[in-house]
Design a protein around this ligand. Structure first.
Ligand code: GUE
Length: 296
């Protein structure tokens, strides 16, 4: 039987609606408008598209959007000065420095210069440590979006076998922490995992986040498993540009119980969670109750 399609695009719209509701209340009851600052260094065309779409959705949710576009050859010192200015700006509740940065900039250094309370990407070492120890933190947007979809589909994830393919700081590692927090038995697999197909075949939940087009074929998927495809790979097929995931959708959809499509799965949830994190950061900064339904 073919899998149920988990509609990330529709789910993201409901998350954005919740965000807009919280924003309206913050304005009305507290006179506060949450603000998100996005910093883009250089002119990578894909990054420009994402930044534009983030800005548009931020404004649609009723929040303030601040865009800082810097030249590709911006010095580390100048970028640190921009981050510092945003750290000290009371109208800015969330800061996102678009990655990857040009090679001459030290990404770790820049990310760790962001005020952890405004780090809506959840990449600052302090947020990574808080998440790893089960303390209140800012949670990375992509794993948070995946977790929301999994909880929505399954209710409780307790006791399930989850395999995360990919060990990046941005997705794989925080995803594993969140699944562990929901009492899954978690395996982090990667390109050097022995017998990867058999490891994946054990999983009730497969999260694929490696960035390799269609590397997970359907016959690795246990019958009825839930498949979350984080990959967004641009490929050329039959002379056309196409967006495909890390999972071979056509074969996996025949085995999975539920699966996220690409596009229209994890991607839209990532941006919705960025807006959610901005509202969360704003509430915390003002000593207000956490927004319900938007945190991990
Ligand atoms: N500091 C930082 N934080 C990020 O969160 C971050 C980043 N840097 N750098 C770039 C990546 C990429 N990213 C995406 C978000 C949404 C879609 C998305 O909505 N994709 C649509 C398709 C869009 C299309 O057609 O290209 C979808 O999957 O349906 C994609 C990619 C966030 N990123």
């Amino acid at each position: 039987m073919a899998a149920q399609i988990i509609d990330g695009k529709a789910f993201a719209a409901t998350v954005r609606e919740k965000v807009a509701g919280h924003v309206a209340r913050l304005k009305e009851e507290n006179g506060i408008t949450p603000g998100l600052a996005v910093v883009l260094v250089g002119e990578d065309p894909a990054s420009q598209v994402y930044v534009r779409s983030k800005g548009k959705q931020t404004v649609e949710a009723g929040m303030n959007s601040y865009e800082h576009k810097l030249d590709a050859d911006t010095s580390e010192e100048d970028l640190l000065a921009v981050v510092n200015q945003l750290n000290n700006d009371p109208n800015v509740h969330g800061i996102l420095v678009q990655l990857p940065l040009p090679g001459h900039l030290n990404e770790d250094l820049i990310i760790n210069s962001i005020d952890p309370a405004k780090d809506v990407d959840g990449f600052h070492i302090s947020n990574v440590g808080l998440l790893g120890t089960g303390q209140k933190s800012m949670v990375p947007c992509t794993p948070l979006g995946c977790l929301m979809m999994l909880r929505d589909h399954h209710g409780s994830l307790s006791g399930m076998d989850a395999v995360v393919i990919g060990r990046s700081n941005i997705v794989g590692k925080p995803m594993a922490q969140l699944l562990l927090g929901d009492s899954c038995t978690v395996t982090i697999a990667h390109s050097r995992t022995k017998d990867l197909p058999d490891v994946v075949r054990r999983a009730d939940i497969v999260v694929a986040a490696v960035g390799r087009p269609e590397m997970v074929p359907g016959d690795w998927i246990k019958e009825g498993a839930t498949v979350i495809d984080v990959g967004i790979n641009r490929i050329e097929r039959d002379g056309k540009n196409k967006l495909v995931g890390d999972v071979d959708y056509a074969s996996a959809v025949e085995r999975a119980g539920a699966i996220t499509p690409v596009p229209g799965g994890v991607g839209p949830m990532t941006i919705a969670c960025l807006l959610a994190n901005t509202v969360t950061a704003c509430c915390r900064a003002n000593g207000l109750a956490e927004p319900e339904g938007l945190t991990a």
